[in-house]
Design a protein. Structure first.
Length: 186
């Protein structure tokens, strides 16, 4: 009896979640799962030494919320379109387009197909096209400035991501450790 009570409570709780949230969680979870599978299928987990394995989780953990946010552009289209600056025509089209771009960028990051380009452009273009003009319309609006700076900080993380995808960080670290070992021997 208590098992069915627990199950019915879980069903009621699940049904109380708005479908917009369920879709965002579903798409974000699917992208995260794809990213984790790619890490193991490509053999990156086996190749990465020690704590470098943690860096492998960066792209999936960055991509999952990006995909969830992109999904909101489809489930909350009117709300998203309402915040598009008035000088940009066809706000509903751009809400859908940007949502599709976010989901495509998330898939790109986890599959490593054009991932450096996706990571570089994702939030930077968002800041350049949406937040900076919004703040420029009213430079005294502290909220608009805060949003622009927040999104710019997100783009900073996205811009750092391509370096981790190339493996240059690993090569540079190995070079530094060889160099320091060589000076210690002298």
């Amino acid at each position: 009896m208590s098992g069915s009570l627990v199950n019915s409570s879980a069903v009621v709780a699940f049904l109380a979640i708005p479908c917009q949230v369920i879709w965002s969680y579903f798409v974000g979870g699917a992208v995260l799962a794809i990213g984790l599978v790619v890490i193991f299928v490509r053999g990156d987990w086996q190749k990465a030494p020690g704590f470098d394995k943690l860096i492998l989780f960066g792209p999936p953990f960055y991509a999952a919320p990006l995909a969830a946010f992109g999904t909101e552009h489809f489930t909350l289209t009117k709300a998203i379109a309402s915040i598009i600056p008035a000088w940009i025509p066809w706000p509903q089209f751009w809400a859908y387009f940007v949502g599709a771009c976010f989901i495509a960028a998330a898939l790109s990051l986890v599959t490593r197909i054009q991932a450096r380009l996706s990571a570089s452009l994702t939030f930077f273009l968002f800041v350049l096209l949406m937040d900076a003009p919004g703040w420029a319309q009213n430079p005294r609006d502290r909220f608009a400035l805060t949003v622009a700076l927040r999104e710019l900080s997100f783009s900073g993380g996205a811009l750092a991501l391509p370096v981790s995808l190339t493996g240059q960080w690993r090569d540079a670290r190995q070079s530094r450790s060889r160099h320091s070992a060589g000076t210690a021997d002298s």
